[in-house]
Design a binder for this molecule. Structure first.
Ligand code: 3H9
Length: 681
């Protein structure tokens, strides 16, 4: 039973119960239409409260139905039937009223909400626009400007803002059911308010649509949905309700089947699957109420800030007083930056800074639940840290290394109770980047692994389980990307052509700009270590740049030249000369943007297939999440694996075969060749 009806005198309380998030499945849509008819026919009912069971109000359309043909009753008809009901319907919102859920409330005569609720139209994040009157009724209720903000950003608003906008009629502090019934009683005898559909959109200022279009286009970059949503709101402001509804529906149905929407849906479900690896089902994580970070450099300070943001008290350990002070200053400057960007208020920043203690005394960690090590990437240094932690921390404290390239199994040697040890690989800046690679060692217990995932949830991160190999999932693929970028240079492409092609593909920056920003020295250090292990990393030009101390922006030049006053990259004659020397007699090729992107992205897919075959990643969708949340791969392309599936693996193999015949990429691995003969990735 998805909908039940209870009576409280003259008030009918309709409860939707469709776990987990009360999504508007076909069965629920039908039940709502039937309920409207039943209550309309019941003379004893004077008003209706629409409540939801479970953790949230209706969270939207059932996204899992989007790959199938839409089945009646369609959501716009459900909303219309509530709007045309003979009695006032009062939506009583807790949790989130999102997408179709918010659209249902716009059919109701009134909306009341718990003070903790949030409301929004997140459809653009799924590559679609609202499809049940969201773009048409919302501007009629709160005006076009506010509707444009809400719909084109896809970000929900809290109750205070919703009240200010006129989106809700009353805030209920506790006992939503009782409060909503009282509200319904107070309006039961009043004449029905004018339905939103028959109200006019308040006029906008001259030039409003043109400037809104510019602003939305700038933010959306290559995403299609925000501009289409804007067009729908504009239509709603200029046309009759019925025409605007038809326009919205047509756009919604068109976008629903688009490749961007398919990719974004893939990411939506991947993000929800990643935190729950099947092997951890039923395993209870350990409680984490306090944390410590060893090392207050950029990474350590970022991790500390992420922990503080999640409300955990943090102890920062450094080797001496001066280093402690530097570490604390790094943390303070992160919060100052957050205040400047308007992410938090000064008061919140002060509270967070007050929750961190800095010290050089490991003794303070005797009762800490979780310790994350973020010291210099050197096996001996890290082992020494964990030796001390083994002596001092409680036997059940979780100990984690943030290493990016060292082997966590090797680091954990000598840790007493090694089942409590794991890798937690954050991405810089750690308080911003959403990705957390969770790396169990051979001895990590399931409970400790589950604690890593629980921590990710607490920090608002996307956790991806990664096996042990050089670079885990993300940095292992990054190495291939960088080698490909250099291969392109030696075969006739310039750094700026490669970067421009990758930006055109949808990345925020190209591989050379990114290296200049992050610094070339870290990768050079890793290559040195790899060579010491007998490996032969391919980076002839980067090696030469590092030899002349061109480390990127921080040294005034790297792949590009930079003026002291300006971060804009300028093509460098020095770099061009080095490339020319390294080219030797290699064959030159004419590169266009599409073939550059192929030569970077498809080898990435090849490496990812090896990673899957070696069980370093559990699922191909996890690799997509790593690239999206750790490396700026465009979300609307769904990640490299989804992209490859969409291109067709047969074509991916053919392009890689051609590139490898020219010495421009590794040949496709067996796993990729095999997968190409199967129907889908
Ligand atoms: C829309 O409404 C279009 C309309 O305008 C037009 C129609 C004509 N559908 O996130 P969680 C599942 S578009 C199906 O971990 P939380 C999710 O996969 C929609 N399933 O929970 C997971 O399943 P499982 C606009 C959904 O408490 C489980 O629920 N709405 C949907 O952290 C728990 O999810 C949105 O985009 C769905 N709509 O967060 C809202 N939503 O357990 C999307 C969730 O099998 N949803 N699931 O892995 C959310 O933002 C969050 O789920 C929410 C709860 C904040 C509600």
């Amino acid at each position: 039973m998805t909908v039940t009806i209870a009576r409280e005198d003259t008030i009918a309380v309709v409860t939707v119960d469709n776990p987990p998030v009360n999504a508007l499945s076909q069965a629920l849509r039908q039940a709502l239409v039937d309920t409207v008819a039943e209550l309309d026919a019941d003379a004893g009912v004077k008003a209706v409260v629409l409540l939801c069971a479970g953790r949230t109000f209706i969270a939207g359309a059932d996204v899992s139905e989007f790959d199938k043909p839409p089945l009646p009753p369609h959501l716009p008809d459900v909303v219309a039937s509530i709007e045309n009901a003979k009695k006032p319907w009062v939506a009583a919102i807790h949790g989130s009223a999102l997408g179709g859920g918010l659209e249902v409330t716009l059919g109701c005569a009134y909306r009341v909400a718990l003070s903790t609720a949030s409301l929004g139209l997140p459809e653009v994040k799924l590559g679609i626009i609202p499809g049940a009157g969201g773009t048409v009724r919302l501007p009629r209720l709160i005006g076009a400007a506010a509707a444009v903000d809400l719909v084109t950003s896809g970000s929900p608003v809290g109750v205070k803002r919703a009240r200010d906008l006129g989106l809700i009629d009353a805030v209920i502090d506790s006992d939503l059911r009782a409060g909503a019934i009282a509200f319904a009683k107070s309006v039961a005898e009043e004449p029905l308010p004018q339905p939103i559909s028959s109200r006019a959109v308040p006029a906008v200022e001259t030039g409003f649509w043109e400037s809104a279009e510019k602003a939305v286009a700038a933010k959306a970059r290559r995403e299609v949905a925000p501009l289409r949503a804007l067009a729908s709101i504009r239509k709603a402001s200029e046309a009759e309700f019925a025409d605007a509804m038809a326009f919205e529906r047509e756009t919604f149905l068109e976008l629903r089947g688009s490749s961007q929407a398919t990719a974004l849906r893939h990411v939506f479900f991947a993000e929800r699957a990643a935190p729950r690896p099947p092997e951890l089902s039923g395993i209870t994580p350990r409680d984490i109420r306090s944390a410590a970070v060893i090392g207050g450099g950029t990474m350590g300070a970022g991790i500390a800030a992420a922990l503080l943001d999640a409300g955990l008290p943090v102890t920062l350990i450094e080797r001496d007083t001066a280093a402690v002070e530097r570490g604390l200053a790094n943390i303070r400057s992160i919060f100052e930056g957050s205040v400047k960007r308007g992410r938090i208020t000064k008061d919140v920043a002060d509270q967070r800074t007050a929750s961190v203690i800095g010290s050089d005394d490991y003794g303070l960690l005797a009762d800490t639940d979780l310790v994350i090590e973020a010291v210099f990437e050197d096996l001996a240094v890290k082992r020494a840290v964990f030796e001390k932690l083994s002596d001092i921390c409680r036997p059940d404290a979780v100990l984690a290394t943030n290493t990016s390239y060292l082997d966590p199994d090797a680091i954990s040697e000598g840790v007493r109770q090694p089942e409590r040890f794991l890798g937690l690989h954050f991405f810089s800046p750690a308080h911003v980047m959403k990705l957390l690679e969770i790396v169990p060692t051979a001895t990590t217990s399931p409970e400790v692994l589950a604690t890593g995932f629980a921590l990710a949830r607490l920090l608002g991160k996307i956790p991806v389980r990664a096996g042990i190999c050089d670079g885990f999932i993300g940095n292992r693929i990054l190495k291939v990307t960088r080698a490909q970028a250099e291969r392109l240079l030696l075969s006739g492409a310039t750094p700026s052509a490669v970067d421009a092609a990758m930006r055109a593909f949808g990345l925020p920056m190209g591989p050379f700009e990114a290296q200049d920003l992050g610094g070339l020295d870290i990768a050079a250090f890793q290559r040195k270590a790899a060579r010491a292990r007998g490996e032969t990393p391919f980076a002839p030009v980067a090696d030469r740049l590092c030899a002349i101390e061109r480390f990127g922006q921080k040294s005034g030049g790297g792949w590009y030249d930079y003026l002291p006053v300006d971060r804009a990259p300028k093509p460098s004659e020095t770099v061009a000369a080095i490339i020319a020397e390294e080219m030797g007699g290699r064959t030159q090729r004419v590169w266009d943007e599409a073939s550059i992107a192929d030569a970077i992205i498809l080898p990435m897919v090849n490496e990812a297939m090896r990673i899957l075959e070696e069980h370093i990643a559990l699922r191909s969708a996890d690799i997509d999440l790593v690239k999206i949340h750790g490396y700026g791969f465009p979300r609307w392309r769904g990640g490299p694996m989804h992209y490859a599936g969409e291109r067709g693996l047969g074509e991916v193999v053919a392009v890689l075969d051609r590139l490898s015949a020219e010495g421009l990429a590794e040949p496709p691995c067996d796993g990729l060749r095999r997968a190409a003969t199967q129907p889908a990735l």
